[in-house]
Write a protein that binds this ligand. Structure first.
Ligand code: SIN
Length: 306
């Protein structure tokens, strides 16, 4: 893909690119926004360097790509605009980012993408690692791919947040409220990306609690295989933050992991999350040259056509 308004430098064969020629503190033209969106679809994670972006500019940039998510149910947020999530560590305050995950997959319509800005970084450590779930899927063997086509999995806010919430005063009560607000959610194990049409593996260690169609031990065993596949270093890039860096990732086809390798040093990141759509899996059978039957799996069994 060639770009006129921006320039891109690929970071690995599977995902990631630096984007230059753009100032995120300024309003963007329609053409530039369209190119950033195309670049996100092409590279799955974009990194903008040497930016100086205020909170309101952060929100404005994110809003070019869709509706902004309501305040995060657990992370702190900014008082003047709760759509700005503050992810702050002085020591291991919570576990959330320190597991591989895609953002808020316990929601019915999990996030399209997230935009993260480094506000305070440790002298060393605190990198974020990103992995391509297209590559994780593409490199599975054919029999496993075939089996995954008919499977759905539960995603649970409790699985992700119970430990850190229970360490806080009133944590048990908050957890119960969150479980009422976000009941167990079922998504297909394979997700068709709604814009690229590509298939991505869509289970993550942090929120996926079990595969619905399998027995408990089968589900555990298969999830172990799939998490191993998702976390292979082969499909990853690692970003070492500088102040002024902005990362924009596509939650529909990537996972990420915040390395907690900086002891009690202070690290502060601000995140804005863009609302996405309900995951679905669209399978195209090619039984013979003249047959092409699309089947669409929704979140609870056979679902809506898209
Ligand atoms: C996140 O998990 O969204 C934040 C990642 C990070 O703090 O590096």
């Amino acid at each position: 893909m060639s770009y006129k308004q921006i320039s891109t430098t690929r970071r690995s064969p599977y995902l990631g690119a630096f984007v230059d020629g753009i100032d995120l503190s300024q309003p963007l033209t329609k053409e530039t926004v369209a190119e950033v969106r195309s670049a996100l679809l092409e590279f799955s994670v974009l990194f903008f360097r040497n930016q100086s972006v205020s909170d309101s500019e952060h929100l404005r940039f994110a809003a070019y790509f869709g509706e902004l998510d309501t305040p995060h149910p657990v992370f702190d947020c900014k008082e003047d605009d709760p759509r700005l999530t503050v992810i702050e560590s002085k020591g291991r305050a919570h576990d959330a980012e320190h597991y591989w995950h895609s953002d808020v997959t316990y929601q019915e319509a999990p996030s399209l993408g997230s935009i993260l800005i480094a506000r305070k970084i440790p002298d060393s450590g605190g990198d974020t690692v990103f992995a391509s779930m297209y590559a994780a899927y593409d490199t599975l063997s054919s029999p496993i791919k075939k089996m995954l086509e008919s499977l759905t999995a539960q995603h649970s806010i409790e699985r992700g947040w119970a430990t850190s919430l229970r360490m806080q005063p009133n944590g048990e009560k908050r957890l119960q409220k969150l479980k009422e607000a976000f009941p167990l959610m079922t998504h297909p194990v394979l997700r068709t990306h709604p814009e690229t049409g590509r298939t991505a593996l869509y289970v993550n260690e942090y929120y996926t609690s079990r595969i619905n169609e399998l027995s408990e031990p089968e589900s555990e065993g298969l999830l172990r295989i799939l998490h191993h596949q998702s976390q292979l270093p082969d499909f990853q890039i690692r970003h070492t933050w500088q102040i002024g860096d902005v990362a924009f990732w596509d939650n529909r086809c990537t996972q990420h992991y915040a390395s907690h390798d900086y002891g009690a040093a202070h690290r502060v990141m601000n995140r804005v999350t863009i609302v996405g759509d309900r995951p679905y899996f669209k399978q195209v059978f090619r039984q013979a040259a003249w047959v092409s039957t699309p089947l669409v799996w929704g979140c609870r069994g056979v679902g809506k056509m898209r």
